[in-house]
Design a protein around this ligand. Sequence first.
Ligand SMILES: *Cc1c(COP(=O)(O)O)cnc(C)c1O
Length: 488
Amino acid sequence: MNIMYKSTRGDKNYLTASQAIVKGIADDGGLFVPDTMPKMDFDLSDILSWDYRELAYRVLRLVLTDYTEEELRYCINSAYDDKFDTPLIAPLTVNAKGNFLELFHGRTIAFKDMALSILPYLLKTAARKNGVAEKIVILTATSGDTGKAALEGFADVEGTKIIVFFPEEGVSDVQKAQMVTQKGANTCVAGIRGNFDDAQTAVKRIFTDKELKAELKDRGYVFSSANSINIGRLAPQIVYYFYAYAQMVKAGRLNMGDKINFTVPTGNFGNILAGYYAKNMGLPVNKLVCASNDNKVLYDFFGTGTYDINRDFIVTVSPSMDILISSNLERLLYHVSGSVEKTAELMKSLSEGGKYDFKVEDGFVGEFATVDETFAGIKEVFEDTSYVMDTHTAVAYSAYKKYLNDARDATPNVIVSTASPYKFAKDVLKAIDPKYDGINPFEALEKLSEVSSTPVPEPIKGIDKREVLHKHVIDRDEIKDFVKEQLN
Ligand SMILES: *Cc1c(COP(=O)(O)O)cnc(C)c1O
């Protein structure tokens, strides 16, 4: 079946998957969604016999239907290779405290690698298929992990340039060091005085700035996005929900055909939305537990039906989830309401008054964990099993515990584990023992290695000794001029 993509807000253009990937976001500011939900065309038990790449092919061909088999296999094989430190790509660790789907075995040791390792290939292929001659400029606002993963993915990829904006005060020291030391002649990184929402809103504005677009087109550039609003980010994330299911069966923690829960540490709602797509494609999913930190807009939303960003933005120990506007939620609103008019109305209400009302049931549960609960989770799991969770994974762990207290749900659960503990070593150590409070973030890497008897991952070994190559810090209203300058 051929799946076409259209805007969540009513724009009547229907695009192929590859066209939607090049474009990133629709002209009316909406996000691209499939016009019909793809459906699994294999037996569920088949997934037991496929490795990650084969499974990726079987799933992606249903979603990105205008790519040929050769094109898809090229993209998949280029992405999921020895850039990952295990041939399993996304291994499941099971212990007495839970089942952890580890999405942090790629080059930047966080889950964004799962999609951003393949996106440059999907995009390059898409540009070729559609006769795009211009240089593709990737503009990305990041709360920390996307930026680095996108930089790694696109560095020195021919025909592309990448510009990343991150909130100067809103990312961890290690995250910042990873970004500002990025190599690659086509990479550019700037800190923004403001939070992630400021950066994301400014970047979104550029995408819908017709004048700027026309000006740059004349100079041989087109914009695209590596943010999770790009359907080329979302699609590859569907794969690991199937993969997790297969591994749960193999580990004896789930019977083939039975339902499963996933608990997902959530920020921009991209990861968990991919789980929703997997479920709608036919994976037997019971609940998708949406775990938030203290910025619990989504928890309130799923509980009350009111989405309201009129509140203080809280800087927590899980910075990649410090988000008030979860962009991908727009796609869920569209799928649940089935109406572009309704979705456009809700988004208008959000941009004008910072809130809207809409009740979503459909198998989602909102939960949250405070910083104290997050720390308690890390400590408890480490003391009982020696397994070390990062702060984001720990939000999910602690949120799921709360959910179980309320719901007494016996469905086997997978905690989607989104970062290596080394990425947030300082806070992880502090959680394990308060005596590490105030430790230098780079010394923390060695210390965590000692405490946990695990090696410091290659990608961040000696990160503080690398040369800083990107020194820009700008105000959010300077973003547009900055972009123009960079493309001159
Ligand atoms: C991006 C990120 C998240 C949030 O994922 P979304 O898709 O934005 O909801 C959670 N944890 C980590 C470590 C991340 O990098």
